[in-house]
Design a protein around this ligand. Structure first.
Ligand SMILES: C[S@@+](CC[C@H](N)C(=O)[O-])C[C@H]1O[C@@H](n2cnc3c(N)ncnc32)[C@H](O)[C@@H]1O
Length: 376
């Protein structure tokens, strides 16, 4: 099995390189309007932004910035197939402009825009990003009434284009079943507050310039891809940045396209993707390992699980997990056509063996008593 991943260095307000209705899932995080680090980017997209900021017209600058993002949302609608999803990670902004401190509610502006374009809005996820920084509170300290609550969350807005996706043919049904996730993952991933995702340390310096990666965590993209698409689908990130979505698509057996205006990310993305085989496989092993911990605990405290996965022969909670299959990556290469080719191991690389010996379990550290894993 192969997947392909294409990097496009251009302005995603015009995605003419991507054909109509060719994408199954859009996952992205745009530059955040009214967060100072993005002022120059928005001012390049529309010089009126810097003029509005210079005149202390915060509301107008906010609206002008969103009008530029709207163009990308329109393009996203065009390239998505009927039944496809868009997941947008966005945070609100607080800012003092001309002595007026205000909230600039990016998430509500984007929700309104998507609705106008024709998307259906689905329940959102709050990504809780707690900070312990001593200076996290703003305003007048202990004195009423000019202190402000701290923003310690971001949003993942979720939209669908048109009606529910239909999996009609037997092979479509099978690929959907193979793309299933564990019951216990469902319980965590589909709750509306995510507490357990840490922000990414902004370590990349590009050409000595100020760090502008603002990357989201790998886990955020990985979960959303597994929640809203199936293996072999096409995932698009129109604000690719450091390529987190591309890596998560590779890890999930999906194809992907990343579009980024700043080509100085290129070298970093190619290097990190090619070197990520081991990390991705470790992440996959961790899912198995977590599942085994769950099985162990559940069977000890409650009762044996009712089903057995066909590929790995381990217990699972529901019938829907019988075909679940998470291929490991064999290789990632970058070719002359500026795309990555990812090859997956055809057969499950792990097998469950009975008994107490753990054979060559390089990747999986913790295993429950009943089920031992061996890399084969
Ligand atoms: C919030 S960052 C995305 C970070 C990304 N999710 C990651 O994990 O690295 C937004 C990115 O959008 C890019 N960008 C801004 N305007 C753009 C445009 N019109 N077209 C394409 N990319 C753009 C910026 O250069 C920046 O890398």
């Amino acid at each position: 099995m192969h997947t392909y991943h294409k990097l496009i260095w251009s302005d995603s307000r015009n995605m003419s390189a991507v054909t109509d209705e060719s994408v199954d899932l859009v996952i992205t995080s745009p530059p955040y309007p009214m967060i100072e680090m993005w002022d120059s980017v928005f001012s390049q997209l529309n010089p009126k932004v810097s003029e509005a900021l210079a005149r202390n017209q915060g509301d107008q600058a906010f609206e002008l910035m969103h009008q530029e993002l709207d163009k990308v949302w329109h393009e996203s609608f065009r390239v998505l197939r009927e039944g496809g999803f868009a997941c947008i990670n966005i945070g609100d902004a607080t800012r003092t402009i001309g002595h007026r401190f205000q909230l600039y509610s990016n998430h509500s502006r984007i929700l309104t825009s998507f609705k106008k374009i024709g998307f259906d809005t689905l329940p959102v996820i709050i990504w809780r990003k707690q900070t312990n920084a001593p200076n996290k509170f703003m305003g007048s300290g202990m004195l009423p009434a000019g202190a402000y609550v701290t923003l310690e969350h971001e949003y993942i807005l979720i939209f669908r284009k048109g009606t529910k996706r239909i999996f009609q043919k037997p092979e479509e049904k099978l690929i959907r079943q193979r793309s299933s996730f564990f019951w216990e993952e469902r319980n965590k991933w589909f709750s509306d507050v995510w507490f357990d995702l840490k922000g990414v340390s902004q370590g990349i310096k590009l050409n000595g310039a100020r760090d502008r990666s603002a990357a989201f965590p790998f886990e955020l993209a990985y979960r959303l891809i597994n929640m809203y698409s199936v293996q072999s689908d096409m995932v698009l990130d129109p604000f690719m940045g450091t390529g987190t979505t591309i890596l998560a698509a590779m890890a999930s057996c999906r194809n992907s396209i990343g579009i980024e205006i700043d080509a100085s990310f290129g070298e970093y993305i190619v290097r990190s993707a090619i070197n990520s085989v081991k990390d991705i496989n470790r992440k996959i092993s961790q899912r198995f390992s977590d599942h085994f911990d769950f099985v162990d605990e559940y069977q000890t405290k409650k009762s044996p699980l009712g089903y057995v996965n066909k590929h790995y022969k381990f217990p699972v909670m529901t019938r829907q997990e019988i075909e679940l299959n998470i291929p490991y990556i064999s290789s990632i290469t970058y070719n002359d056509e500026k795309q990555f080719c990812v090859v997956y191991s055809e057969n499950p690389i792990i097998r469950v063996i009975e008994g107490n010996t753990i054979e060559n379990s390089m990747e999986i550290k913790r295993t429950p008593k009943q089920h031992r894993l061996a890399l084969v």
